[in-house]
Design a protein around this ligand. Sequence first.
Ligand SMILES: [Zn+2]
Ligand SMILES: [Zn+2]
Ligand SMILES: [Zn+2]
Length: 102
Amino acid sequence: MKPCPKPNPIDRASIWTDLRESDATLTIFRWHAVTSWTWDAQDETCGICRKAFDGCCPDCKLPGDDCPLIWGACNHAFHLHCILKWVNSQTSQAHCPMCRRE
Ligand SMILES: [Zn+2]
Ligand SMILES: [Zn+2]
Ligand SMILES: [Zn+2]
């Protein structure tokens, strides 16, 4: 069962780079954000905070549109807020924290 088509693969490979461009960030995230609870992620927990995707990141109190998920080019999924923290903590090119892919 694949109830939630993932975003069109266009530009997915560049998401890690785009994350660093603040102007583009919101657009990119809106576009990649998952608003359905029936996604088809490989993992059921965020690779960064280890919380389940049916919950929210440690910084949010309520799951939902305010704490969306995003996928990287490698199909690893994370909470938006977790990946933002991750990207901001990186000093060089941002990589997926799970597999180090850009
Ligand atoms: Zn998380
Ligand atoms: Zn959050
Ligand atoms: Zn990955």
